[in-house]
Design a protein around this ligand. Sequence first.
Ligand SMILES: *Cc1c(COP(=O)(O)O)cnc(C)c1O
Ligand code: SF4
Length: 345
Amino acid sequence: MSLIAAATPPRWQQELARAIRDPAELLNILRLEDDLLPAAKAAAKLFPLRVPRGYVGRMRPGEPNDPLLRQVLPLGVECNPAADFLTDPVGDLQAMTADGVLHKYHGRVLLVLTGACAIHCRYCFRRHFPYAEAHAGRQRWQDALNYLYEHPEVDEVILSGGDPLSLNDRRLSDLAQKLAAIPHLKRLRIHSRLPIVLPERLTDDLLAWFAGNRLQPIMVVHANHAQEIDQRVAEGLLKLKQAGVTLLNQTVLLRGINDSAAHLSELSHRLFETGTLPYYLHLLDKVQGAAHFDIPEAEAKRLLAELSTCLPGYLTPKLVKEEAGKPNKTLLPPRMPLADETRSG
Ligand SMILES: *Cc1c(COP(=O)(O)O)cnc(C)c1O
Ligand code: SF4
């Protein structure tokens, strides 16, 4: 018994703890049929369901194909093995140089800080990642910092995961201070889906350690559909923008969710209203359990060509795929359909 009351956790941590993990509860809230339940339970055994309540609040009740629901609802097809779909499709395990340090590309190093995410996206290539062994836990940060001191050609650190913003501000602020003390570093980048799925995470403390630092702050958020960006999310992003953070977005191209020029164009416009520029449009990483989301490369290139005709250049994302062992992400050019293809199509 202590006379000092435990401090109430910040709102975002309460929301994180209240996230929905039971497929039956999710279907019930959305007034969806129970016939989806057995498959959802089976697939959730491979990769558990996890979704914040606020994100569920942006889904349309009664609509099994809602583009937000489709990103999180476990489906029976995930259990079917698919040829060419692997458990470590981007070769991250080979590239891991010290604990939690991924140094694949020139000048920038990615730190895997945690395996935890606020949401479990069914298409995620990390669904099979052995995080328990492979992330820079607090005691291992020193190894990562030593690695950075020894590599003066690195000028940018990317905090990643899992979701790095699932760590609390005290720990992140401690890390940011240690990074700022490394003289050759210039930029600090965060890759996070939390500003989209749990905007409460954008606390004043976060703005203070992230934007009040010697390093130039960049936030790469991850939105796949305009419907994800409601008023609350927009306010959070604009707050980051006003604090001087460069805001970019990456999207994964997903069958049945955002695979049309109309959807992607709407997303780009919505992002720009929030001060965010479209950065990458990723082809799906070929991870076991996600084959039903896949869009073939040729179709993706045609989609990008169509998108390019209806958006300004600065609102058109770069189409990329990740390939093990390459010095950068592979850029895929838009491909206009040939004249005879359009005629016969
Ligand atoms: C994507 C990625 C980066 C960042 O690449 P940019 O092209 O600079 O956005 C860095 N390291 C790893 C391992 C990556 O996968
Ligand atoms: S938030 Fe990112 S890392 Fe986490 S499950 Fe979704 S896509 Fe994967």
